[in-house]
Design a protein around this ligand. Structure first.
Ligand code: HEM
Length: 225
């Protein structure tokens, strides 16, 4: 798996539990406490799973609690920094973001040799209920649930997530998807405002040129009156 998953976990543990806890996690996972991870290189899946299990043990978290903490931190703190490009230009609601996840995972791992990103199939049950089918050999469906909750939080949407099986989750979106209040929309709005502001001088300039021409014409007309 891409090392960025481990560097995210490292950042979360250090920030919320301290450097010493992270060193304990590494040792519990059978690694040297000074082991360094690289975001872009591959880390063996078994090592990543060992580190996750060790984190649960050292920090006294259930797998669900660890998955929720990771999902929240990834979507709301870490990925916005590491993948800021994506956050700047993409989805305007939780629904839009989730529907883009299959393509995104394929794209972000495309340069990694032998990458096996999770893939997703989407199946609508009704207007508000989406089944997301999870296709990965890693069996991290609990992390998928934590990440989806993180997406709900990011867009300030009260969505509900339930595990249907080890390969499928059901997501119920609120009646009114709050895309108006999404961070991207706010950003887009301010970008649009920025664009308007930057256009304003041109409009003003053009406008004052028109006024200038009108006043010259008025002077000419008044001369011939
Ligand atoms: C901008 C947001 C995101 C980026 C850039 C991103 C990127 C990545 C990357 C690079 C990996 C490692 C993949 C590999 O090494 O094969 C990964 C793993 C994973 N991602 Fe995301 N991700 C994002 C958001 C999400 C969200 C919102 C979900 C859930 C809907 C999700 C679900 C997963 C899961 C479950 C894994 C674990 C790997 C597996 O199960 O096979 N990701 N992601």
């Amino acid at each position: 798996m891409k090392g960025v998953i481990v560097t995210c976990l490292e950042s979360l543990v250090k920030e919320q539990f301290g450097q010493h806890s992270w060193e304990n996690v590494l040792e519990e996972a059978g690694l040297d406490k000074h082991t360094l991870f690289n975001m872009t290189s591959n880390v063996e899946d078994t090592s990543v799973l060992d580190i996750i299990h060790a984190a649960c043990k050292v920090l006294d978290l259930t797998p669900d609690q660890a998955a929720d903490a990771f999902g929240d931190y990834w979507v709301n703190a870490y990925a916005p920094k590491v993948y800021s490009m994506y956050y700047r230009r993409k989805a305007h609601s939780a629904k839009e973001m989730l529907l883009h996840m299959d393509k995104l995972h394929e794209t972000v791992t495309s340069s990694v040799p032998d990458a096996h990103p999770p893939r997703f199939d989407y199946e609508w049950q009704d207007e508000h209920t989406l089944i997301m089918h999870y296709k990965s050999h890693r069996g991290l469906i609990d992390f998928l649930i934590g990440l989806i909750k993180g997406v709900g939080k990011y867009y300030n949407e009260d969505l509900r997530v339930a595990k249907k099986s080890e390969t499928a989750v059901e997501i119920v979106f609120p009646e009114q998807s709050s895309s108006e209040t999404s961070p991207e929309t706010e950003q887009k709005t301010s970008e649009q405002a920025g664009a308007d502001t930057s256009r304003k001088p041109e409009v003003d300039e053009a406008g004052s040129r028109v006024e200038e021409k009108q006043s010259i014409l008025q002077k000419i007309f008044s001369f011939f009156k």
